[in-house]
Design a protein. Sequence first.
Length: 208
Amino acid sequence: MSVRYDDVIGPLRTAYDDGAERREVSGKAPWKLAEREAFLSRLQGDRRGRLLEVGAGTGQDSAYFQENGLEVVAVDLSPAMVALCRDKGIEAHVMDFLSLDFAPCSFDAVYALNCLLHVPNSDLPAVLDTFHTLMRPGGLFFLGVYGGGSVTGEGPFEGDDHHPPRFFSFRSDEQLQEYARKAFEVVDFHIVGSDKLRFQSLTLRRSG
């Protein structure tokens, strides 16, 4: 029987609540800063102003986008993470991917960094459809996850530094883009890093 997102939300929330303070004081790798900056440049070029960050964590990226002139709303399933977002002056809500309580066409952009790898393949199409509904036509969606390398498949990650161990779904490049194309147009796809830290960077556009 396939794993469903509802099955993994509880353990994920516990793991991220427990790790919130540790993540708050950890720095960001230069390549992550570069990915973030590149997406901001695309948004500024398209004059896209209202952004939803999903799986926002402690709000470091949301704060960056807000400081650079965007209107930002952050969501995370961890109340501890959401509290840290609010401490930074960010509008933030405790929500999971299948319970995003916003009106259709509310956002010009969606930013999802290393969070959709916690969604089982069985529910990924529904999550992407939800983002499509929330975005305005022409809106941009950054989808970045680890995958396509030596780590494959779905399940709790052995040796995870969070407790309980988090569920991951690692997808090949072809598989990830196939899911994305069902709801979006692919603007850019590239790889950063290799092996277990191989990162798949997708910029997508909501057409029509």
